[in-house]
Design a protein around this ligand. Sequence first.
Ligand code: C2E
Ligand code: MG
Ligand code: MG
Length: 546
Amino acid sequence: MNSIIGPTAKNSRNRLIKILLISILIVAVAYFVYITGGTKTVFAQLLYIPIILSSLFGGALLGLIVGVVCGILVGPFIPLDVSNGIMQDPVNWISRLLIFSLIGFATGYMIDRINKLNAERQERNLKSPFYDLPNAQKLLYDIEERIESGSNFKLLSIKLTNLQEIEKYVDNSLVFTIVENLAEKLGHCCGNDIYSHEKDEMILLVCENCQHGYEEKIKKVIEQYFAHPVSINGYKIRVSLKVGIYIHKGEVNTPIEIYNKARIAYEQGEVKESGIYYYDVNLENRRREIHDITGALLESIEKNELFVMYQPKIDIVNNKITGVEALVRWKRNGNELIGPNIFIPIAEEIGFINKVSKFVFDNVTSQMKTWQSKGMDLKCSINASVGEFADDSYILWAKDIITSKNLNRSDFEIEITERALAYNDRKLLDKMEFLKELGYQISIDDFGTGYNSLMSISEIPFDKMKIDKYFIDRINIIEIQELVKHFIEYAHAFDKIVIAEGVETKEQLDVLKRLKCDEVQGYYYSKPLLHEELEKFYVNFNKANM
Ligand code: C2E
Ligand code: MG
Ligand code: MG
């Protein structure tokens, strides 16, 4: 284990200088006593100054030695009265020597005690409250020292991701054995600079060149802890841990920033998955962005920053607009446009998606009412996040909002991404079935990006299949073309409508027409539009295709 407080070369040099200065001071005072007439004057008492200073700097032993030296110097060597040559009575100077020594020793002893108590307190402050390891505070001091000495190093943060569960459900004392075992193993492969922060995190400070192959060794330890169960105190336990590594190469960072970078590194990967991850600045930026966005998102609706755009869908068989897809947008602070791909997952994570969906539904239904009053024949699809399906209220208000506005549910389509669908998720499929029974159309969005086989898709209730842009981008590749053909034939066999997403070129459109795709949506026809732009598009498109 690394010693927490240790004397450095700098300290011992300072000590030597102090001893030298004290020696000079003693000689100077003794000389002064001599030239001012001898020990009969009060100036002999000046020797208390070097005696007390030496016990301050050197403790009881040095205080005692200096006391004896001073006692002897102003003892038999200096007369009582220099001018008359009268020597001191030995009882006098020996008594003075004893008093000097006692004062030197006693002062030094007290200083030693105070220093010891301080060191113990400091040591306690720098130790983990859980394990026999130094804590993060000590780590920060050591990082600081390495930065100051200009050396490069690696910082490894090891997070035991299921330790709290083991503590809760298996045996709370087990965590100590696990961590101590692991610290011992890591100490063997990476050196002794191991620190602990919280119960489930260990940190290793590895110098740049002194640990060759440390990564391989750590992998081995992880393998041992993760791939195989470990037997501890009669339990067979699986410990999962993630290692985040930050390599410091002299960049300007404070110790706490360096430490945080190692901790940011292990946040990559799935929560429970073990592995070694290197610090990536993009991850840090993205996390920062997410935190920034999360707070602002909660106020976006009140601040009127959300709005809906509409992208037309074109029936390529009859050359007419069949409907639009409602796509939500967020203009943060009135100028910064943040895409739904960024804020929808955050809204899902923080439980704000219901509010966003209500906002979209509300806007879309009002817009549809207006369009219908203008005689525009359009259907509108709305994206839904599967998470909100778990909550029955979504289904209820989705039902009510249409009824209250006197609209027809069959004019609305609900898009659910294929990635969120599983043919055996009975609860979700029941909800989809219910929405269908209510009269909504159901689309499988981003088709081809999920994990469902064509066989299992037949278990899912839907009306439209939206082939993902990924396939349309690669539709000139013959294998992809075959696959898309297969999707279309399959959907048609079950009387489903097929729509291709992200169509940008005439070539893509021509292939899709040849493959008998029913509808397309994409920049080739139009980007998502504001409602007034959509109205113009509708009029112009219909005029051009009369
Ligand atoms: P999505 O439902 O698959 O929507 C299609 C996305 O592709 C839209 O991106 C659209 O602008 C874009 N797109 C359409 N045609 C083209 C094209 O030709 N080229 C290119 N490069 N892109 C095209 P957007 O609007 O950024 O939406 C992204 C995703 O965010 C949507 O994917 C959808 O999953 C989600 N989303 C959007 N609005 C909502 C909403 O109101 N609620 C929920 N839950 N999700 C939404
Ligand atoms: Mg969609
Ligand atoms: Mg899509």
